[in-house]
Design a protein around this ligand. Structure first.
Ligand code: NAD
Length: 353
């Protein structure tokens, strides 16, 4: 398995170094070939190549089996004509990574304010309300007059269909329940189509139960009783917001992995940003990036039939639980280790698993 590794900005290099250590331990323990090729994106690439991402890098990623993208200082990248492209958006769009898979679960050893739960938000990633990705050229947010803005939301049958299938396929390997989240009482046509396509996909998965919730009510349901949910499927912006809520309910945003996947490519990515306030201090929590790397291994294993990659992904999840419970982690989740020591402790436990 060849993975392109882009450490990113801020805390990216520290958290990615810990993640690379864990990936190497996984390949050693489970005996699969792993080639990690490091390159640059974000500020380093802007300095070196005049753009945060380049066509040559995209070609390299296309030819590889997966991408690990570190957190990027996206807020700094404002002018595409100066090479300031949002790398995360760029790869999602260019590689057609239509499904953002964001698991959230509670962990023994990390305080949480709700009952224990284990769910996954499956978020459509390529259209919806995101002005930077739902038109072929230009943007879909317009200043009509100085005082009037129109933002367009794109919903297509094809994107609804494929995200629905991704959710049901995932649910089949879990607790076999899909909850559809929408605003079809107001967005009758767009979200009406989304629900229709989810219900149609459900016909091919008779063993998976389905229900649906209006997005505003869902916020109350998920805070009140997150344990009743298994897989939640929704459109882009609702999924963006809901998945941060579920990650935080689990005890910390830093404990949520995130995989962006398409038909042929996938990208592991931390759920958080580049955290410039704590960069370079060896205190950033690497778990989000490590868990995303585990998701990437699982995606590759299922796609290629490599059982060793699937076993490694499961072991990463179990090791994360053990490491957190033992307090071998950064301070934000109750431990007293630095970023590098957390990566080392994780890799050691994985090798002993
Ligand atoms: P952030 O997620 O970087 O940080 C928010 C808060 O959480 C900060 O206090 C930070 O110290 C803390 N935090 C974040 N990750 C942590 C970790 N791993 N361990 C411990 N604490 C952690 O959000 P922000 O400060 O609003 O954004 C900083 C930059 O990141 C901006 O340029 C923003 O656009 C970008 N961003 C990028 C992504 C991405 O690459 N996917 C996502 C969100 C934000």
């Amino acid at each position: 398995m060849k993975i392109i590794v882009l450490p990113g900005d801020g805390i990216g290099p520290e958290t990615m170094a810990a993640t690379v250590e864990v990936l190497r331990a996984a390949s050693q323990r489970f005996g699969f070939d792993l080639e990690l090729e490091q390159d640059v994106a974000g500020h380093d690439s802007l300095l070196r190549h005049g753009a945060t991402v380049t066509p040559a890098l995209l070609d390299k990623v296309r030819a590889a089996d997966g991408l690990m993208l570190g957190p990027m200082a996206t807020f700094d990248f404002k002018d595409e004509s100066k090479g300031e492209i949002n790398p995360s958006m760029f790869f999602r769009k260019e590689l057609d990574l239509y499904a953002n898979i964001r698991p959230a679960r509670t962990w023994n050893g990390v305080p949480h304010k709700v009952d224990a739960f284990d769910l996954v938000v499956v978020r459509e990633n390529t259209e919806g309300f995101y002005a930077d990705r739902n038109v072929a050229s230009g943007g879909s947010e317009m200043l009509i007059t100085e005082d009037v803005v129109v933002s367009l939301r794109r919903i297509t049958r094809m994107c609804c269909r494929r995200i629905a299938r991704a959710a049901f396929e995932l649910a089949r390997n879990r607790r076999k329940r899909v909850s559809i989240v929408h605003k079809a009482n107001v967005l009758k046509i767009g979200d009406g189509m989304f629900i229709d396509e989810c219900r149609k996909a459900a016909l091919d998965f008779p063993d998976v139960a389905v229900d649906d919730f209006i997005v505003d009510a869902m916020m109350a349901h998920v805070v009140r009783a997150p344990q009743r949910f298994d897989v939640i499927v929704t459109t882009n912006m609702f999924g963006d917001i809901l998945s941060d809520l579920t990650a935080e309910l689990s005890g910390s945003l830093g404990l949520g992995g995130s995989l962006n996947m398409g038909a042929r490519h996938a990208m592991g990515q931390a759920a958080h940003g580049s955290a410039p306030d704590i960069a370079g201090q060896d205190i950033a929590n690497p778990f989000s990036l490590i868990l995303s790397a585990g998701q990437l291994l699982e995606w590759h294993g299922r796609r290629t039939g490599q059982a060793a990659c699937i076993a490694a992904a499961e072991a990463i999840l179990h090791t994360a639980a053990a490491v957190v419970e033992a307090g071998e982690s950064t301070r934000d989740v109750g431990g007293n280790l630095g970023t590098a020591a957390t990566g080392q402790a994780f890799a050691r436990r994985l090798l002993d698993a």
